[in-house]
Ligand binder design. Sequence first.
Ligand SMILES: Nc1ncnc2c1ncn2[C@@H]1O[C@H](COP(=O)(O)OP(=O)(O)OP(=O)(O)O)[C@@H](O)[C@H]1O
Ligand SMILES: [Mg+2]
Length: 403
Amino acid sequence: MKRTRIGAIDVGTTKVCTIMADTDGSIGGTRILGVGIVPSHGLQKGMVVNVNEAKESIRDSIRKAEQVAGFKLESAFIGVTGRHVVSSNNRGAIAITRGDQLVRPTDLRRVLEVAKSVKVPGDRKLLHVIPRTYMVDGQEGVKNPIGMHGFRLDVETHIITAAVTSIQNLTKCIRGVGIEIDDLVLEPLASAESVLSDEERQTGVILADIGGGTTDIAVFKDNTIYHTSVLPVAGHLITRDISVGMGLSFELAEEMKKKYGNVMPNQEEATDETLTQDGHSVSYHDLSEIIRIRVDELIRLIVLELPHTDYAKLVPSGIVLTGGSANLPGIAELGMDVTHLPVRVGAPVNLYGVSDTLRDPAYATGVGLLMWKLRNEDANDIREKQSDTGLRRFMSGFFRLFK
Ligand SMILES: Nc1ncnc2c1ncn2[C@@H]1O[C@H](COP(=O)(O)OP(=O)(O)OP(=O)(O)O)[C@@H](O)[C@H]1O
Ligand SMILES: [Mg+2]
């Protein structure tokens, strides 16, 4: 069977991760062929603030991945995040005017076109228009209306827009290193692909990707996206708290956090042991306390982002934490204490090929960017295409596979 090459670049606040793979169109049939991870420069809170610096990091990351894969990366799926991303739920409706009143695939396309024609201000760009559910003649909750009879078809969509300037800075970096953009994908949607189970999406779950600069949130319910948002609070703030609170440089604070950080130290450990690093001594108790207070607050902020306060009913599967900061020991326990919901840490699953380094929560977005396309191919997602040629090349390969 013919295989198609695909690529993904997660341009994060702390690292750039390029993944190259080939696929037969299924997740199980996707093999990772090259991975390139480098520290990122020129980014703040998920956004490019220095194009030249960011470009260099991206270039380095691609070069590394290409060396492993043994071929050149031509195009890739790119993640988008930042406080400028705004999401809302919207509706579109059309009349079914043909004599037999039968809903056909063309009607689905038509109603999505209507939903997509929402007014977006000139400084914003439509990133995703994702159909959530359909309604036929007022009958709600229809997952697939094709073949039903009716006079009127409504669609409920989740719409995500982003600031044009932020997108331009990002796309400039990617195109500047000679890579075509297959599509721009909101990062929490990507992360969800690599760490959530179908069951979690069905019953209701919050996915929180706690990175360096941002915490990306996506809520799923009834197998569809319910809510997305981005908080400008994540690992960097934890490190800054340690740095300010203990009088350490940012670098040393970061080192201490990763080496000793624990939000739920057990009692013996918490009785004040002294930690020494590069000639600086800090109390283990104080370090844990500083981290715990910030993470406690962050978890509260995550659930406050939910549109409903009846959390147990909305998200019975609770919270799945991912992103580099989900590596903090004790974070799931603290999450359960604070929210009284089930909480687990999620790392990418279903990986094949040269993928060992990717089995870490920090790579949920990168891996998810690859999977997102495979999963959403038939979901009627009519995202605005960023680069028609790249996407078309990819899609035509795809359709050939299925013919
Ligand atoms: N073992 C660890 N303990 C605590 N924090 C950790 C650990 N490992 C990584 N981190 C933190 O994870 C953060 C980086 O996570 P990640 O790689 O997901 O971010 P990013 O994708 O670069 O950034 P963003 O998604 O915010 O743009 C850093 O703040 C880092 O300190
Ligand atoms: Mg990230």
